[in-house]
Design a protein around this ligand. Structure first.
Ligand code: FAD
Ligand code: NAI
Length: 470
Protein backbone atom coordinates (compact mmCIF):
# COMPACT_ATOMS: atom_id res chain seq x y z
CA UNK A 1 0.00 0.00 0.00
CA UNK A 2 0.73 3.69 -0.17
CA UNK A 3 3.75 4.25 1.97
CA UNK A 4 4.36 1.10 3.92
CA UNK A 5 7.77 0.52 2.38
CA UNK A 6 10.48 2.97 3.19
CA UNK A 7 10.80 6.19 1.23
CA UNK A 8 13.91 8.28 0.76
CA UNK A 9 11.77 11.38 1.27
CA UNK A 10 8.37 11.91 2.88
CA UNK A 11 6.87 15.37 2.55
CA UNK A 12 4.10 16.45 4.93
CA UNK A 13 2.08 19.15 3.19
CA UNK A 14 1.35 19.63 -0.51
CA UNK A 15 1.66 23.43 -0.81
CA UNK A 16 4.21 25.28 -2.98
CA UNK A 17 6.96 24.22 -0.57
CA UNK A 18 5.90 20.60 -0.22
CA UNK A 19 4.74 19.71 -3.73
CA UNK A 20 7.80 21.31 -5.33
CA UNK A 21 10.10 19.48 -2.90
CA UNK A 22 8.33 16.20 -3.71
CA UNK A 23 8.63 16.64 -7.48
CA UNK A 24 12.27 17.72 -7.25
CA UNK A 25 13.09 14.76 -4.99
CA UNK A 26 11.50 12.33 -7.45
CA UNK A 27 13.36 13.99 -10.33
CA UNK A 28 16.61 13.41 -8.43
CA UNK A 29 15.78 9.69 -8.26
CA UNK A 30 14.61 9.60 -4.64
CA UNK A 31 11.62 7.47 -3.68
CA UNK A 32 9.10 10.07 -2.53
CA UNK A 33 5.70 10.26 -0.84
CA UNK A 34 3.74 13.46 -0.22
CA UNK A 35 1.00 13.60 2.43
CA UNK A 36 -1.71 16.26 2.16
CA UNK A 37 -4.82 16.60 4.33
CA UNK A 38 -6.78 19.09 2.22
CA UNK A 39 -7.89 16.69 -0.51
CA UNK A 40 -6.31 18.88 -3.19
CA UNK A 41 -2.70 19.83 -3.82
CA UNK A 42 -1.24 23.34 -4.00
CA UNK A 43 -1.67 24.34 -0.36
CA UNK A 44 -2.78 27.76 0.80
CA UNK A 45 -1.36 29.39 -2.32
CA UNK A 46 -3.39 27.54 -4.93
CA UNK A 47 -6.53 26.82 -2.95
CA UNK A 48 -7.15 29.94 -0.84
CA UNK A 49 -4.24 32.30 -1.50
CA UNK A 50 -2.14 33.51 -4.42
CA UNK A 51 -4.20 32.06 -7.25
CA UNK A 52 -7.83 32.81 -6.28
CA UNK A 53 -6.80 36.29 -5.12
CA UNK A 54 -5.06 37.03 -8.42
CA UNK A 55 -8.07 35.70 -10.33
CA UNK A 56 -10.38 38.09 -8.47
CA UNK A 57 -7.90 40.96 -8.73
CA UNK A 58 -7.86 40.53 -12.50
CA UNK A 59 -11.64 40.17 -12.90
CA UNK A 60 -12.39 43.12 -10.62
CA UNK A 61 -9.80 45.22 -12.47
CA UNK A 62 -11.50 44.42 -15.78
CA UNK A 63 -14.86 45.51 -14.37
CA UNK A 64 -13.40 48.69 -12.92
CA UNK A 65 -11.67 49.57 -16.18
CA UNK A 66 -14.83 48.88 -18.17
CA UNK A 67 -16.83 51.10 -15.85
CA UNK A 68 -14.36 53.93 -15.36
CA UNK A 69 -11.70 53.91 -18.10
CA UNK A 70 -13.05 52.42 -21.30
CA UNK A 71 -14.93 55.59 -22.28
CA UNK A 72 -11.78 57.72 -22.19
CA UNK A 73 -10.16 55.23 -24.58
CA UNK A 74 -13.11 55.58 -26.94
CA UNK A 75 -14.76 52.31 -26.03
CA UNK A 76 -18.42 52.87 -25.31
CA UNK A 77 -20.54 50.42 -23.37
CA UNK A 78 -24.22 50.92 -22.70
CA UNK A 79 -24.03 49.27 -19.28
CA UNK A 80 -21.56 47.37 -17.16
CA UNK A 81 -22.62 45.02 -14.41
CA UNK A 82 -20.98 42.61 -12.02
CA UNK A 83 -22.09 38.99 -12.13
CA UNK A 84 -20.47 37.93 -8.88
CA UNK A 85 -21.41 34.26 -9.24
CA UNK A 86 -19.76 34.12 -12.67
CA UNK A 87 -16.70 35.93 -11.35
CA UNK A 88 -16.39 33.40 -8.51
CA UNK A 89 -16.92 30.51 -10.92
CA UNK A 90 -14.07 31.76 -13.11
CA UNK A 91 -11.84 31.91 -10.00
CA UNK A 92 -12.88 28.40 -8.92
CA UNK A 93 -12.15 27.04 -12.39
CA UNK A 94 -8.64 28.52 -12.33
CA UNK A 95 -8.02 26.94 -8.92
CA UNK A 96 -9.32 23.49 -9.80
CA UNK A 97 -7.44 23.35 -13.09
CA UNK A 98 -4.20 24.20 -11.37
CA UNK A 99 -4.61 21.87 -8.38
CA UNK A 100 -5.46 18.99 -10.72
CA UNK A 101 -2.44 19.93 -12.79
CA UNK A 102 -0.19 19.25 -9.81
CA UNK A 103 -1.77 15.84 -9.35
CA UNK A 104 -0.82 15.20 -12.95
CA UNK A 105 2.76 16.31 -12.26
CA UNK A 106 2.90 13.90 -9.30
CA UNK A 107 1.86 11.01 -11.57
CA UNK A 108 4.32 12.04 -14.28
CA UNK A 109 7.18 12.22 -11.78
CA UNK A 110 6.09 9.12 -9.81
CA UNK A 111 5.51 10.92 -6.52
CA UNK A 112 3.33 8.79 -4.27
CA UNK A 113 0.39 10.90 -3.00
CA UNK A 114 -1.35 10.07 0.29
CA UNK A 115 -4.47 12.07 1.14
CA UNK A 116 -4.72 12.48 4.90
CA UNK A 117 -3.53 14.12 8.12
CA UNK A 118 0.07 13.25 9.01
CA UNK A 119 1.43 12.94 12.57
CA UNK A 120 4.90 11.98 13.68
CA UNK A 121 5.25 8.64 15.49
CA UNK A 122 9.04 8.84 15.36
CA UNK A 123 11.56 10.94 13.39
CA UNK A 124 11.21 8.47 10.49
CA UNK A 125 7.56 7.39 10.73
CA UNK A 126 4.39 9.35 10.03
CA UNK A 127 0.96 8.03 10.91
CA UNK A 128 -1.68 9.24 8.45
CA UNK A 129 -5.40 9.38 9.16
CA UNK A 130 -6.51 9.10 5.57
CA UNK A 131 -9.41 11.10 4.12
CA UNK A 132 -11.25 7.86 3.33
CA UNK A 133 -11.33 7.05 7.05
CA UNK A 134 -8.41 4.65 7.28
CA UNK A 135 -4.91 4.88 8.71
CA UNK A 136 -1.53 4.15 7.23
CA UNK A 137 2.04 4.53 8.41
CA UNK A 138 4.47 6.15 6.00
CA UNK A 139 8.18 5.63 6.66
CA UNK A 140 11.03 7.69 5.31
CA UNK A 141 14.77 8.23 5.78
CA UNK A 142 14.06 11.94 5.51
CA UNK A 143 10.87 13.73 6.49
CA UNK A 144 10.23 17.25 5.23
CA UNK A 145 7.69 19.29 7.21
CA UNK A 146 5.96 21.66 4.78
CA UNK A 147 2.74 22.26 6.71
CA UNK A 148 2.66 25.98 5.96
CA UNK A 149 0.68 28.58 7.81
CA UNK A 150 -2.84 29.41 8.86
CA UNK A 151 -5.02 32.45 9.44
CA UNK A 152 -4.23 34.29 12.70
CA UNK A 153 -7.11 36.07 14.40
CA UNK A 154 -6.97 38.78 17.05
CA UNK A 155 -7.73 38.23 20.72
CA UNK A 156 -11.48 38.20 21.34
CA UNK A 157 -12.40 38.13 17.65
CA UNK A 158 -13.90 34.93 16.28
CA UNK A 159 -13.79 34.47 12.52
CA UNK A 160 -17.13 33.12 11.18
CA UNK A 161 -16.15 33.50 7.48
CA UNK A 162 -19.42 35.33 6.82
CA UNK A 163 -19.42 38.70 8.57
CA UNK A 164 -16.03 38.38 10.23
CA UNK A 165 -13.85 36.87 7.54
CA UNK A 166 -10.27 35.84 6.98
CA UNK A 167 -8.80 35.96 3.47
CA UNK A 168 -10.54 32.63 2.83
CA UNK A 169 -14.00 34.13 3.42
CA UNK A 170 -13.04 37.33 1.59
CA UNK A 171 -12.31 35.21 -1.50
CA UNK A 172 -15.81 33.76 -1.47
CA UNK A 173 -18.29 36.45 -0.36
CA UNK A 174 -21.75 35.86 -1.79
CA UNK A 175 -22.63 39.54 -2.01
CA UNK A 176 -20.66 42.73 -2.49
CA UNK A 177 -20.59 44.36 0.97
CA UNK A 178 -21.67 47.98 1.06
CA UNK A 179 -19.10 48.69 3.73
CA UNK A 180 -16.00 46.59 4.23
CA UNK A 181 -13.57 47.21 7.07
CA UNK A 182 -10.14 45.64 6.75
CA UNK A 183 -7.98 45.12 9.84
CA UNK A 184 -4.30 45.27 8.86
CA UNK A 185 -2.82 47.18 5.89
CA UNK A 186 -0.57 44.35 4.74
CA UNK A 187 -0.53 42.22 1.60
CA UNK A 188 -3.90 40.55 2.13
CA UNK A 189 -5.72 43.65 3.36
CA UNK A 190 -4.66 45.80 0.41
CA UNK A 191 -5.20 43.12 -2.24
CA UNK A 192 -8.62 41.97 -1.00
CA UNK A 193 -9.57 45.54 -0.13
CA UNK A 194 -8.80 46.45 -3.76
CA UNK A 195 -10.94 43.60 -5.09
CA UNK A 196 -14.05 44.62 -3.15
CA UNK A 197 -13.40 48.34 -3.52
CA UNK A 198 -13.34 47.95 -7.32
CA UNK A 199 -16.61 46.02 -7.19
CA UNK A 200 -18.24 48.87 -5.28
CA UNK A 201 -17.60 48.39 -1.54
CA UNK A 202 -16.67 51.36 0.60
CA UNK A 203 -13.37 50.16 2.06
CA UNK A 204 -11.79 51.39 5.30
CA UNK A 205 -8.49 49.92 6.43
CA UNK A 206 -7.54 50.07 10.10
CA UNK A 207 -3.81 49.66 10.72
CA UNK A 208 -1.94 49.48 14.02
CA UNK A 209 1.35 50.86 12.66
CA UNK A 210 1.81 54.53 11.66
CA UNK A 211 2.02 53.44 8.00
CA UNK A 212 0.67 50.87 5.52
CA UNK A 213 2.86 47.83 4.64
CA UNK A 214 5.59 48.74 7.11
CA UNK A 215 8.23 46.74 5.20
CA UNK A 216 8.05 48.88 2.02
CA UNK A 217 10.52 51.59 1.04
CA UNK A 218 9.12 54.73 2.63
CA UNK A 219 9.08 56.91 -0.46
CA UNK A 220 7.35 54.23 -2.54
CA UNK A 221 4.93 53.58 0.29
CA UNK A 222 3.81 57.24 0.34
CA UNK A 223 3.04 57.21 -3.39
CA UNK A 224 1.34 53.84 -3.04
CA UNK A 225 -0.90 55.04 -0.23
CA UNK A 226 -1.84 58.10 -2.28
CA UNK A 227 -2.71 55.88 -5.26
CA UNK A 228 -4.95 53.68 -3.11
CA UNK A 229 -6.62 56.72 -1.53
CA UNK A 230 -7.36 58.11 -4.97
CA UNK A 231 -9.15 54.83 -5.70
CA UNK A 232 -11.34 55.47 -2.67
CA UNK A 233 -9.63 53.34 -0.01
CA UNK A 234 -9.66 55.02 3.40
CA UNK A 235 -6.97 54.49 6.01
CA UNK A 236 -7.18 54.80 9.77
CA UNK A 237 -3.58 54.44 10.96
CA UNK A 238 -2.02 54.13 14.42
CA UNK A 239 -5.21 52.46 15.58
CA UNK A 240 -6.01 49.06 17.01
CA UNK A 241 -9.22 47.10 16.87
CA UNK A 242 -10.08 45.98 20.39
CA UNK A 243 -13.33 44.19 19.64
CA UNK A 244 -15.85 43.24 16.99
CA UNK A 245 -19.56 42.72 17.83
CA UNK A 246 -21.94 41.01 15.45
CA UNK A 247 -25.13 42.97 14.82
CA UNK A 248 -28.31 41.63 13.23
CA UNK A 249 -27.02 43.08 9.99
CA UNK A 250 -23.27 43.55 9.90
CA UNK A 251 -20.71 44.21 12.58
CA UNK A 252 -19.58 46.96 14.95
CA UNK A 253 -15.88 47.43 15.61
CA UNK A 254 -14.41 49.11 18.66
CA UNK A 255 -11.23 51.04 17.89
CA UNK A 256 -8.61 52.55 20.16
CA UNK A 257 -5.51 54.66 19.38
CA UNK A 258 -2.45 52.38 19.20
CA UNK A 259 -0.96 54.13 22.22
CA UNK A 260 -4.22 53.95 24.19
CA UNK A 261 -6.92 56.57 24.69
CA UNK A 262 -10.53 57.17 23.87
CA UNK A 263 -12.43 54.40 22.09
CA UNK A 264 -14.52 54.94 18.96
CA UNK A 265 -16.76 52.64 16.94
CA UNK A 266 -17.09 51.79 13.28
CA UNK A 267 -19.85 49.83 11.57
CA UNK A 268 -19.54 47.61 8.53
CA UNK A 269 -21.30 44.82 6.68
CA UNK A 270 -18.18 42.67 6.63
CA UNK A 271 -14.84 42.88 8.42
CA UNK A 272 -11.70 41.22 7.05
CA UNK A 273 -9.09 40.20 9.61
CA UNK A 274 -5.71 40.32 7.85
CA UNK A 275 -3.16 40.89 10.56
CA UNK A 276 -0.70 38.20 9.58
CA UNK A 277 -0.47 34.42 9.44
CA UNK A 278 0.82 31.89 11.89
CA UNK A 279 2.87 28.69 11.29
CA UNK A 280 0.65 25.60 11.21
CA UNK A 281 1.85 22.58 13.19
CA UNK A 282 -1.32 21.56 15.05
CA UNK A 283 -1.61 17.83 15.64
CA UNK A 284 1.73 17.13 13.99
CA UNK A 285 3.37 15.79 17.14
CA UNK A 286 6.52 17.92 16.93
CA UNK A 287 6.82 17.92 20.73
CA UNK A 288 6.64 14.13 20.75
CA UNK A 289 9.83 13.82 18.71
CA UNK A 290 11.46 16.89 20.24
CA UNK A 291 11.56 19.31 17.28
CA UNK A 292 12.55 22.79 18.40
CA UNK A 293 10.38 25.81 17.52
CA UNK A 294 10.71 29.53 18.24
CA UNK A 295 8.28 31.53 20.34
CA UNK A 296 5.83 32.07 17.50
CA UNK A 297 5.87 28.36 16.64
CA UNK A 298 8.16 28.35 13.60
CA UNK A 299 10.39 25.28 13.22
CA UNK A 300 14.05 26.21 13.64
CA UNK A 301 16.32 24.79 10.94
CA UNK A 302 19.98 25.13 9.95
CA UNK A 303 21.16 26.36 6.54
CA UNK A 304 20.49 22.87 5.15
CA UNK A 305 16.83 23.02 6.32
CA UNK A 306 17.42 20.35 8.99
CA UNK A 307 15.80 20.78 12.43
CA UNK A 308 17.50 19.84 15.70
CA UNK A 309 16.22 16.27 15.09
CA UNK A 310 18.36 14.52 12.44
CA UNK A 311 16.30 13.43 9.42
CA UNK A 312 13.53 15.96 10.13
CA UNK A 313 13.65 18.90 7.73
CA UNK A 314 11.32 21.91 7.35
CA UNK A 315 10.61 24.46 4.61
CA UNK A 316 8.23 27.26 3.61
CA UNK A 317 5.85 29.23 5.81
CA UNK A 318 6.46 26.93 8.79
CA UNK A 319 10.08 28.17 9.16
CA UNK A 320 11.43 31.73 9.58
CA UNK A 321 11.77 33.92 6.47
CA UNK A 322 9.36 35.68 4.13
CA UNK A 323 5.96 33.92 4.04
CA UNK A 324 5.80 33.74 0.24
CA UNK A 325 5.05 30.93 -2.19
CA UNK A 326 8.19 31.41 -4.29
CA UNK A 327 10.36 31.41 -1.16
CA UNK A 328 8.71 28.14 -0.07
CA UNK A 329 9.48 26.67 -3.51
CA UNK A 330 13.13 27.71 -3.33
CA UNK A 331 13.37 26.21 0.17
CA UNK A 332 11.88 22.97 -1.16
CA UNK A 333 14.35 22.61 -4.00
CA UNK A 334 17.38 23.49 -1.87
CA UNK A 335 16.31 21.17 0.96
CA UNK A 336 15.97 18.23 -1.43
CA UNK A 337 19.26 19.03 -3.16
CA UNK A 338 21.02 18.76 0.21
CA UNK A 339 19.24 15.44 0.90
CA UNK A 340 20.45 14.16 -2.49
CA UNK A 341 24.03 15.07 -1.58
CA UNK A 342 24.12 18.16 -3.75
CA UNK A 343 24.37 21.78 -2.73
CA UNK A 344 21.33 24.03 -2.44
CA UNK A 345 21.05 27.72 -1.70
CA UNK A 346 18.37 30.31 -0.97
CA UNK A 347 19.21 33.94 -0.25
CA UNK A 348 16.33 35.45 1.73
CA UNK A 349 17.73 38.94 1.07
CA UNK A 350 17.03 38.51 -2.64
CA UNK A 351 13.45 37.22 -2.53
CA UNK A 352 11.22 39.62 -4.51
CA UNK A 353 7.98 40.79 -2.93
CA UNK A 354 4.95 41.89 -4.95
CA UNK A 355 1.64 43.46 -3.94
CA UNK A 356 -0.78 42.76 -6.78
CA UNK A 357 -2.88 45.91 -6.52
CA UNK A 358 -3.18 48.44 -9.33
CA UNK A 359 -0.58 49.73 -9.77
CA UNK A 360 1.45 46.81 -8.45
CA UNK A 361 4.28 47.38 -6.02
CA UNK A 362 7.33 45.15 -6.29
CA UNK A 363 10.68 45.22 -4.60
CA UNK A 364 13.86 43.25 -4.23
CA UNK A 365 16.82 43.91 -1.96
CA UNK A 366 17.08 46.70 0.54
CA UNK A 367 14.84 49.70 1.17
CA UNK A 368 16.39 53.15 1.56
CA UNK A 369 15.67 52.93 5.30
CA UNK A 370 17.62 49.64 5.50
CA UNK A 371 20.53 51.03 3.46
CA UNK A 372 20.71 54.07 5.77
CA UNK A 373 20.73 51.81 8.80
CA UNK A 374 23.66 49.87 7.30
CA UNK A 375 25.65 53.10 7.17
CA UNK A 376 26.76 52.54 3.55
CA UNK A 377 27.22 55.59 1.32
CA UNK A 378 24.65 55.21 -1.44
CA UNK A 379 23.05 56.88 -4.45
CA UNK A 380 19.41 56.90 -5.48
CA UNK A 381 18.23 56.78 -9.10
CA UNK A 382 14.56 57.43 -9.76
CA UNK A 383 12.38 57.58 -12.81
CA UNK A 384 8.66 58.41 -12.78
CA UNK A 385 6.29 56.41 -14.95
CA UNK A 386 4.84 59.72 -16.11
CA UNK A 387 7.97 60.11 -18.25
CA UNK A 388 7.76 56.61 -19.71
CA UNK A 389 6.33 56.58 -23.22
CA UNK A 390 4.54 53.21 -22.99
CA UNK A 391 2.84 54.12 -19.71
CA UNK A 392 1.73 57.43 -21.26
CA UNK A 393 0.58 55.74 -24.47
CA UNK A 394 -1.80 53.51 -22.55
CA UNK A 395 -2.71 56.20 -20.01
CA UNK A 396 -1.58 54.12 -17.03
CA UNK A 397 1.35 56.15 -15.77
CA UNK A 398 1.06 56.23 -11.99
CA UNK A 399 4.24 55.01 -10.33
CA UNK A 400 8.02 55.07 -10.34
CA UNK A 401 11.18 53.03 -10.35
CA UNK A 402 13.69 53.63 -7.59
CA UNK A 403 17.16 52.09 -7.50
CA UNK A 404 19.57 52.20 -4.60
CA UNK A 405 23.24 51.62 -5.39
CA UNK A 406 26.44 51.72 -3.37
CA UNK A 407 28.09 55.10 -3.94
CA UNK A 408 31.62 53.87 -4.38
CA UNK A 409 31.05 50.80 -6.55
CA UNK A 410 27.60 51.48 -8.08
CA UNK A 411 26.59 47.97 -6.94
CA UNK A 412 22.80 47.62 -6.78
CA UNK A 413 21.46 47.29 -3.24
CA UNK A 414 17.72 47.46 -3.78
CA UNK A 415 15.09 48.13 -6.44
CA UNK A 416 11.53 49.30 -5.83
CA UNK A 417 8.92 49.58 -8.55
CA UNK A 418 5.37 50.88 -8.50
CA UNK A 419 3.87 50.28 -11.95
CA UNK A 420 0.95 48.48 -13.60
CA UNK A 421 3.01 45.31 -14.06
CA UNK A 422 5.74 45.82 -11.48
CA UNK A 423 5.52 42.13 -10.52
CA UNK A 424 6.90 41.21 -13.93
CA UNK A 425 9.35 44.13 -14.19
CA UNK A 426 11.07 43.30 -10.91
CA UNK A 427 12.83 40.18 -12.19
CA UNK A 428 15.34 42.08 -14.27
CA UNK A 429 16.36 43.71 -10.99
CA UNK A 430 16.35 40.34 -9.19
CA UNK A 431 18.84 38.96 -11.73
CA UNK A 432 21.00 42.07 -11.47
CA UNK A 433 21.06 41.79 -7.69
CA UNK A 434 21.81 38.06 -7.83
CA UNK A 435 24.82 38.66 -10.07
CA UNK A 436 26.10 41.65 -8.06
CA UNK A 437 25.50 43.96 -11.02
CA UNK A 438 26.13 47.70 -10.95
CA UNK A 439 23.31 50.02 -11.96
CA UNK A 440 25.41 50.93 -15.00
CA UNK A 441 25.18 47.27 -16.09
CA UNK A 442 21.39 47.64 -16.35
CA UNK A 443 21.65 51.05 -18.01
CA UNK A 444 23.94 49.70 -20.75
CA UNK A 445 21.64 46.82 -21.68
CA UNK A 446 19.55 47.63 -24.75
CA UNK A 447 15.88 47.71 -23.68
CA UNK A 448 13.07 47.44 -26.22
CA UNK A 449 11.00 50.53 -26.94
CA UNK A 450 8.30 51.34 -25.99
CA UNK A 451 8.21 49.26 -22.77
CA UNK A 452 7.84 50.04 -19.11
CA UNK A 453 11.14 48.21 -18.62
CA UNK A 454 12.75 51.33 -20.05
CA UNK A 455 11.79 53.07 -16.81
CA UNK A 456 14.11 50.67 -15.02
CA UNK A 457 16.92 51.41 -17.47
CA UNK A 458 16.43 55.15 -16.99
CA UNK A 459 16.31 54.84 -13.18
CA UNK A 460 19.61 52.94 -13.48
CA UNK A 461 21.06 55.79 -15.57
CA UNK A 462 19.85 58.25 -12.95
CA UNK A 463 21.73 56.36 -10.26
CA UNK A 464 25.24 57.10 -11.52
CA UNK A 465 24.58 59.73 -14.21
CA UNK A 466 21.54 61.39 -15.80
CA UNK A 467 18.45 59.84 -17.40
CA UNK A 468 17.53 60.95 -20.93
CA UNK A 469 13.81 61.46 -20.75
CA UNK A 470 13.38 63.68 -17.73
P1 FAD B 1 1.00 26.04 2.48
O1 FAD B 1 0.74 26.56 1.15
O2 FAD B 1 0.24 26.59 3.63
O3 FAD B 1 0.75 24.46 2.39
C1 FAD B 1 0.80 23.62 3.49
C2 FAD B 1 -0.10 22.44 3.23
O4 FAD B 1 0.14 21.48 4.23
C3 FAD B 1 -1.58 22.77 3.30
O5 FAD B 1 -2.23 22.39 2.11
C4 FAD B 1 -2.09 21.95 4.48
O6 FAD B 1 -3.39 21.42 4.29
C5 FAD B 1 -1.07 20.84 4.57
N1 FAD B 1 -0.89 20.28 5.92
C6 FAD B 1 -0.67 20.96 7.07
N2 FAD B 1 -0.51 20.12 8.09
C7 FAD B 1 -0.63 18.87 7.58
C8 FAD B 1 -0.56 17.58 8.15
N3 FAD B 1 -0.29 17.38 9.45
N4 FAD B 1 -0.75 16.52 7.34
C9 FAD B 1 -1.00 16.69 6.01
N5 FAD B 1 -1.07 17.88 5.43
C10 FAD B 1 -0.87 18.96 6.20
N6 FAD B 1 2.42 34.29 -1.66
C11 FAD B 1 3.00 34.72 -2.79
O7 FAD B 1 4.19 34.48 -2.99
N7 FAD B 1 2.30 35.42 -3.73
C12 FAD B 1 1.01 35.72 -3.57
O8 FAD B 1 0.40 36.36 -4.43
C13 FAD B 1 0.36 35.30 -2.38
N8 FAD B 1 -0.94 35.57 -2.18
C14 FAD B 1 -1.54 35.12 -1.05
C15 FAD B 1 -2.87 35.44 -0.84
C16 FAD B 1 -3.54 34.99 0.29
C17 FAD B 1 -4.98 35.33 0.49
C18 FAD B 1 -2.83 34.20 1.25
C19 FAD B 1 -3.53 33.68 2.47
C20 FAD B 1 -1.49 33.90 1.06
C21 FAD B 1 -0.83 34.36 -0.08
N9 FAD B 1 0.52 34.10 -0.30
C22 FAD B 1 1.12 34.56 -1.44
C23 FAD B 1 1.33 33.33 0.65
C24 FAD B 1 1.48 31.87 0.18
O9 FAD B 1 0.19 31.31 0.03
C25 FAD B 1 2.30 31.07 1.17
O10 FAD B 1 3.52 31.71 1.41
C26 FAD B 1 2.57 29.67 0.65
O11 FAD B 1 1.37 29.00 0.37
C27 FAD B 1 3.42 28.86 1.63
O12 FAD B 1 3.64 27.59 1.11
P2 FAD B 1 3.88 26.33 2.04
O13 FAD B 1 4.05 25.18 1.12
O14 FAD B 1 4.94 26.61 3.03
O15 FAD B 1 2.53 26.16 2.89
P1 NAI C 1 0.96 41.15 6.77
O1 NAI C 1 1.99 40.76 7.76
O2 NAI C 1 1.34 41.42 5.38
O3 NAI C 1 0.19 42.45 7.28
C1 NAI C 1 -0.44 42.52 8.51
C2 NAI C 1 -0.68 43.98 8.86
O4 NAI C 1 -1.54 44.02 9.98
C3 NAI C 1 0.58 44.71 9.25
O5 NAI C 1 0.63 45.93 8.56
C4 NAI C 1 0.43 44.90 10.76
O6 NAI C 1 1.07 46.07 11.23
C5 NAI C 1 -1.06 44.97 10.90
N1 NAI C 1 -1.58 44.59 12.22
C6 NAI C 1 -1.15 43.60 13.04
N2 NAI C 1 -1.90 43.54 14.14
C7 NAI C 1 -2.86 44.51 14.03
C8 NAI C 1 -3.94 44.95 14.84
N3 NAI C 1 -4.21 44.36 16.01
N4 NAI C 1 -4.72 45.95 14.40
C9 NAI C 1 -4.46 46.56 13.19
N5 NAI C 1 -3.44 46.19 12.40
C10 NAI C 1 -2.65 45.18 12.80
O7 NAI C 1 -0.15 39.98 6.88
P2 NAI C 1 -1.38 39.60 5.96
O8 NAI C 1 -1.77 40.72 5.09
O9 NAI C 1 -2.38 38.99 6.87
O10 NAI C 1 -0.78 38.46 5.04
C11 NAI C 1 -0.13 37.33 5.59
C12 NAI C 1 1.02 36.92 4.74
O11 NAI C 1 0.56 36.30 3.55
C13 NAI C 1 1.85 38.11 4.26
O12 NAI C 1 2.81 38.48 5.20
C14 NAI C 1 2.48 37.55 3.04
O13 NAI C 1 3.64 36.88 3.41
C15 NAI C 1 1.46 36.57 2.51
N6 NAI C 1 0.75 37.16 1.36
C16 NAI C 1 1.46 37.51 0.25
C17 NAI C 1 0.85 38.08 -0.83
C18 NAI C 1 1.67 38.46 -1.99
O14 NAI C 1 2.79 38.02 -2.10
N7 NAI C 1 1.18 39.27 -2.90
C19 NAI C 1 -0.57 38.33 -0.86
C20 NAI C 1 -1.23 37.95 0.36
C21 NAI C 1 -0.57 37.36 1.40
Amino acid sequence: SAGSDENDVVVIGGGPGGYVAAIKAAQLGLKTTCIEKRGTLGGTCLNVGCIPSKALLHSSHMYHEAKHSFASHGVKLSSVEVDLAAMMAQKDKAVSNLTRGIEGLFKKNKVNYVKGYGKFISPSEVSVDTLDGGNTVVKGKNIIVATGSDVKSLPGITIDEEKIVSSTGALALKEIPKKLVVIGAGYIGLEMGSVWGRLGSEVTVVEFAPEIVPALDGEVRKQFQRALEKQGMKFILKTKVVGVDTLSSGVKLTLEPATGGEQTTLEADVVLVSTGRTPFTAGLGLDKIGVETDKVGRILVNDRFVSNVPGVHAIGDVIPGPMLAHKAEEDGVACVEFIAGKVGHVDYDKVPGVIYTHPEVASVGKTEEQVKALGVAYRVGKFPLLANSRAKAIDDAEGLVKILAEKETDKILGVHIMAPNAGELIHEAAIALQYDAASEDIARVCHAHPTMSEALKEAAMATYDKPIHI
